[in-house]
Design a protein around this ligand. Sequence first.
Ligand code: BGC
Length: 433
Amino acid sequence: MPPTPIPGTHLDNPFVGATWYVNPDWAANVLNQAQQTGGVLGQKMAKVAQYSTAVWLDRIGAITEGRGLQGHLDEALAQGANLITIVIYDLPNRDCAADASNGELLIAENGLQRYKTDYIDVIYNILAQPQYRDLRIVAIIEPDSLPNLVTNLSVPACAEADATGAYVQGIQYAIDTLHQLPNVYIYLDIAHSGWLGWSDNFQKAVTLYTQVVQGTADGFNSIDGFVTNVSNYTPLEEPYLPDSSLTIGGQPVRSAKFYEWNPYFDELDFAQALRQAFIQQGLPSSIGMLIDTSRNGWGGSSYGRSRPTAPSTNTTNVDVYVDESRVDRRYHRGNWCNQASGIGERPQASPVPGIDAYVWIKPPGESDGVSEPGIVDPVDPNKKFDRMCDPNGQNLYNSAYPTGALPNAPHAGRWFPEHFEILVQNAYPPIQP
Ligand code: BGC
């Protein structure tokens, strides 16, 4: 196990009063495209480069290759920043229910042990260096992993992650190790309302996460909160659908095809309800929620619609009412790959009580997955083509709907200029040049 903790203070909400790190590698992609684009659109793009995005440690190699973790921390200090967000993303059997972000470690090949010693311990040893003690380091823990244990146990790779305990043990090890540093702030990824909003999923998730946190060395005090909507597109609010039990033509709006009886339409309602549920389970009321708003703005127009400005006036057909009222323009809420949305709220601390911050975890402009089969990423050959990223395919969970994925996409994490342009054009709130 790693060495003794450094004494220091741990804040309730690390984002308050912080100067946030801007990843220069991501900003360079943004500024390069801004320059090539020019004009008013180019000016808007350039504005985006000033915001903080998370640094994804998506392979063991990412800790040291290129700028590397140490390089990012040093650069944060050089910028005069005191807050940096990293994403811990390398569990064995990673992305078990999809293909686009499959990882390098496998449970069957000693992956859990390698995760601990070659990944988490290495990260810890860098973060623990005394020159970083005044940096508030926000650690986002393992996007999609525990949510896959809630809903996707029919997929063999997820069933293996569940049966072996590898996801839970890996996450508990990550928490126990990183929590020894008082300047590290831990937020567990907890999907989004369009995934865990149904009450059976919601309950199962609260039970599972409570057990995971309770099983860590410091129990309920070992985490700072949860983060929703990482890399997803679900809006913060559905301003014209504030009440999911409203009836139209005798039917509740949540029974509309788009919501499939899910009572949670947006991330603010979902995140607040989760926070209350965890406090009820015994977590301290100091826990706060983060919401990834990097791509959940729905301004401009796409998928043949533009953003509504008022609720629908239809009084008889619940599907028409919902489709004319919703700001989320996706064909289906399960569509997760390269959607034609917009940049959402800019990163900011304590936007409303209970929410520690709006954050940009997924760097806007980086792909969710390659749009055609047969292309190998030389740096990360484990990433694969997922049919949810096929622009000509149908949604795998409900074949009545297209994927809505943009064409011409590179592998997950690589710069995707066409997507970035759409995200800027459809930003909501709009980006001023
Ligand atoms: C990819 C990572 C990437 C991250 C941020 C994930 O989908 O798998 O490689 O770093 O997105 O773009």
